[in-house]
Design a protein around this ligand. Structure first.
Ligand SMILES: Nc1ncnc2c1ncn2[C@@H]1O[C@H](COP(=O)(O)OP(=O)(O)O)[C@@H](O)[C@H]1O
Ligand SMILES: [Mg+2]
Length: 325
């Protein structure tokens, strides 16, 4: 444990509550530094691009752009023995459509312990960084956390959820880690993975998807380049004064490799989610019940009722209610 870790411990102690799993939190952190080589390498899987493809195809519904972009970006990054920068992805879209879920698919294709791996670090903005007046402290903690973990294990993954609620100064703190061939105190960050998740840009994405539907076009025809989707997303985020990326040098300096839109889900996708929950709950597959549960979810726009308001969120809870009938 170096002085940085002691510093981190000193500042984090008052902020971490018992509910947050205080002991787990520190145990896992400091255990990780005890036996660097063994603990870390044991958790790394041999990455197989075909397995990732199969996993995404089988378990991620209705997200053809995310599926393809993640497949290509992650595969080329993982297969590159000498990447020149960390992989930086930014997920956007409405709630309940698979943004957090896909990080679990990514994690299980990299680490044996999947999302539970010690090397997967998830930060939820309104939980971890809730006090505005503590930004300076958070900045120091975050810097130490990323540096400490990557120096112990280069293939670390950092997920920043609800990034639109994050203070821009905090996001700028992450910037040095994302740069091309950057070394901080002799540590390279080129093998790490950073994922930013937000609901921002859901209006742009919903509108485009609805326009395609109204024109009678197949949703799969929507591409990153459709109506300049990727450019629109990055520009809108940049100009959004309330979003965490505002004026952020991450966008200025093109440090985000891909802005990935997640589309609103349709009835057929929600039905797939219900079937997958049935399997998860060891229930007998029942297409009629899946249809019933899916149809009872709220849809928008009010007249056409095409897209699920909550995506696949709360599908399991709804299913359990019907299953009891
Ligand atoms: N596209 C999808 N394919 C398969 N399951 C999904 C999809 N979207 C959501 N789900 C299901 O709904 C749950 C909630 O989705 P989540 O990824 O947490 O939403 P968000 O996009 O808001 O992060 C997931 O855990 C998963 O079970
Ligand atoms: Mg989420």
């Amino acid at each position: 444990m170096n002085s940085g870790h002691l510093f981190l411990l000193f500042f984090l102690l008052p902020c971490v509550t018992v509910e947050a799993g205080f002991f787990d939190f520190f145990e896992s952190y400091f255990d990780g530094f005890k036996d660097t080589n063994k603990t870390y390498i044991d958790d790394l899987r041999h990455f197989n691009s075909n397995e990732l493809k199969k996993d995404l195809r089988k378990f991620l519904y209705g997200q053809h752009i995310a599926m393809k972009t993640i497949q290509n970006a992650l595969s080329s990054f993982m297969e590159d023995s000498n990447p020149n920068k960390p992989l930086v992805l930014s997920f956007h879209g409405p709630p309940g459509v698979g943004k957090s879920y896909v990080t679990k698919i990514i994690a299980r294709n990299i680490y044996k312990n999947g999302e539970k791996s010690k090397h997967v670090h998830t930060f939820k903005a309104d939980y971890w960084f809730q006090h505005k007046d503590m930004t300076r402290i958070y900045q120091t903690q975050l810097r130490e956390w990323i540096h400490g973990n990557v120096s112990g294990f280069p293939r670390s993954m950092f997920i920043f959820d609800e990034v639109n609620k994050m203070n821009p100064e905090l996001i700028d703190t992450i910037k040095p880690f994302l740069e091309y061939n950057h070394q901080l105190d002799g540590v390279s960050f080129n093998n790490a993975i950073f994922i930013f998740i937000s609901n921002s840009e859901m209006r742009t994405i919903n509108k485009l998807t609805l326009d395609f539907w109204k024109e009678g076009r197949d949703r799969e025809e929507i591409q990153m380049t459709s109506s300049g989707l990727e450019t629109q997303i990055s520009q809108n985020i940049y100009n959004d004064k309330n979003g965490g990326f505002w004026h952020s040098s991450l966008i200025d300096q093109h440090l985000i490799d891909h802005f990935i839109p997640f589309l609103p889900l349709e009835l057929k996708h929600v039905r797939q989610c219900v079937l997958s929950e049935m399997a998860h709950l060891n229930m007998t597959e029942d297409f009629d019940l899946a249809d019933k549960v899916a149809r009872d979810m709220p849809f928008f726009p009010p007249e056409e009722k095409i897209f699920a308001v909550k995506g696949c969120k709360s599908v399991r809870q709804k299913l359990v209610l019907y299953a009891d009938d």
